[in-house]
Design a protein around this ligand. Structure first.
Ligand SMILES: CC(C)(COP(=O)(O)OP(=O)(O)OC[C@H]1O[C@@H](n2cnc3c(N)ncnc32)[C@H](O)[C@@H]1OP(=O)(O)O)[C@@H](O)C(=O)NCCC(=O)NCCS
Length: 197
């Protein structure tokens, strides 16, 4: 499967020589990645930092995920889930603790943004506990109430449902004039329903 070429992050350029020589690749997830994806995501879910994912869910929505490998070891994962016309969620972002601070999270998000552009999605959003990270990637904080109702498609499964502490952020993709289309009231172009995050 073809690897996705994501722009190198400055953190990698500043890495020590041993790290700089490492082979880091962002590519579409494959069935062989599922077990490691689940371990990574559910490790953070156990700390209440993201939602748990079952093997069944990861298998069903595998086509939505990118993974990042360092020397063939899975070090990060991120998904892009279309929820309604012109809008898609950057979801399920997780980077292994011992691989953090090397631009992997940034590469994964930019890979998902590239995918969104290919799908002619006008705006991506995320619900996050790490707004500072997403701000560095061009996302801006928005009032949750301004988002399309479909973005709440799986909040019912979140243990923090009644006391949501996640911050809503969006990044318009400058496709053309569609980038300014409001998120409310869009007709569904991509499928909604149950999906990953
Ligand atoms: C948040 C996370 C994805 C960052 O991944 P990473 O590979 O370490 O991030 P990068 O190396 O690409 O960092 C890019 C920039 O964001 C900054 N950054 C990283 N984590 C940050 C955080 N939690 N808060 C603020 N800024 C952060 C980095 O310092 C870096 O800044 P720089 O460009 O000025 O050097 C990773 O720590 C993680 O998986 N956390 C646990 C799960 C989680 O919170 N996922 C997000 C759910 S929405």
């Amino acid at each position: 499967m073809q690897a996705i070429q994501a722009a190198p992050h400055p953190n990698l350029a500043q890495a020590p020589a041993a790290r700089a020589a490492e082979h880091i690749e962002v590519r579409p997830a494959t069935p062989d990645d599922i077990a490691a994806m689940q371990t990574l995501i559910n490790g953070f879910a156990a700390q209440n930092r993201m939602l748990f994912r079952s093997k069944t869910e990861l298998t069903e929505f595998l086509h939505e995920y990118l993974v990042c490998t360092v020397e063939d070891r899975l070090a990060g994962v991120c998904g892009l889930h279309p929820v309604a016309g012109g809008l898609a969620e950057v979801c399920g972002l997780a980077v292994a603790d011992d691989a953090g601070g090397r631009g992997i999270g940034s590469r994964l998000v930019e890979g998902c943004v590239d995918r969104a552009r290919q799908l002619e999605i006008a705006k991506v959003y995320t619900l996050t506990l790490v707004p500072g990270f997403f701000e560095k990637l061009g996302f801006v904080r928005v009032d949750k109430s301004t988002l399309h109702l479909k973005v709440w498609y799986e909040c019912y499964r979140c243990p923090k449902f009644a006391n949501c502490d996640e911050i809503a952020m969006v990044r318009p993709l400058d496709l053309d004039d569609r980038a300014d289309v409001p998120t409310h009231g869009m007709s569904a172009r991509a499928s909604g329903g149950e999906g990953p995050a």
